[in-house]
Every structure is written in structure tokens, then in C-alpha cells.
Design a protein around this ligand. Structure first.
Ligand code: ZN
Length: 145
């Protein structure tokens, strides 16, 4: 036989023991962005009017993941951000500006070398038909380095 008073006490005791867990759960389930995250994650943007967050980099480079601006992510948990930051898709998107910068600078250097060659031909009054042989001899003598 169960004493109803003991049963009630056990029930109250269990409720008290679960209280910290319930408080922790309430804290975890945010319905808005923690402003500190914007400082921590430079790629993170927040649309205050529509209450959603997104990744500026993934949006800019049209990555198809849950942090693209069109997906309107409202999963306001820190683990969501950590998970996104570690995605290959996101990591690749972060490297795109660096890759573009390097390729542009190499192309700029090549164009500059070609312009200098044309300029030299003009200054020396050498026909442009010699342009190709000038490039070949310059290449073999490592003038482009
Ligand atoms: Zn991203």
C-alpha cells in the first residue's frame, strides 16, 4: 500500500529536482539572436525586422545550406552556429575571396608584363610583329619572374 502523503512528497521532490533542468531548457530555447554572437562570428548577420539570422559569406557565394539568407534561419542555439562554422560548404565559401584575390593579382601581373613589352617595342621602334619572339625570349630568360 502506498501512503498518499509519501506519494505527494515524492512527486514534489521530483519536481524540485527537475527545476534546474527546466530552467536550463528554457534558457536554451531562445527566440532571438544573442547579440554577442555577431561579434564572435564575423560572417553572421541578423535581420531584425524579420527576426532571422544568416551567413553573409554563404549568401554572397550562393551556397545552398540552412544559413543562406533565403532560408531565414531561426534556430537560435549556439550549437547551430558552431555546426555551420565547421561545414565544408561554409569553409569553402570563406576561402573564395582569397582565391579570387590571388588569381586577379596573377592576371594583373601578366597583363603588366605584356604592356611593358609592347611599350618597349614602341619606344625602341621595333615592329609589333616581333612581339611574340620578344615574349618567347623573355620567358626563356626568366624576365617574367
Ligand atoms: Zn556560411
Amino acid at each position: 500500500m502506498t501512503n498518499p502523503r509519501v506519494f505527494l512528497r515524492v512527486k514534489v521532490l521530483l519536481a524540485v529536482l527537475q527545476l534546474p533542468t527546466m530552467i536550463a531548457r528554457k534558457k536554451k530555447s531562445r527566440k532571438s539572436l544573442n547579440p554577442q554572437w555577431l561579434k564572435t562570428y564575423g560572417w553572421l548577420k541578423y535581420d531584425e525586422d524579420k527576426n532571422f539570422m544568416y551567413c553573409e559569406v554563404c549568401t554572397k557565394f550562393s551556397r545552398k545550406n540552412s544559413f543562406h539568407q533565403n532560408e531565414k534561419c531561426q534556430n537560435y542555439q549556439h550549437t547551430t552556429l558552431v555546426r555551420h562554422a565547421s561545414l565544408n560548404d561554409h569553409q569553402t565559401a570563406l576561402q573564395i575571396p582569397e582565391l579570387q584575390k590571388k588569381s586577379t593579382s596573377i592576371q594583373d601581373k601578366a597583363a603588366l608584363v605584356l604592356l611593358k613589352c609592347v611599350h618597349w617595342l614602341c619606344v625602341e621602334n621595333i615592329p609589333l610583329s616581333k612581339f611574340k619572339s620578344l615574349l618567347i625570349i623573355s620567358y626563356w630568360n626568366n624576365y617574367f619572374i
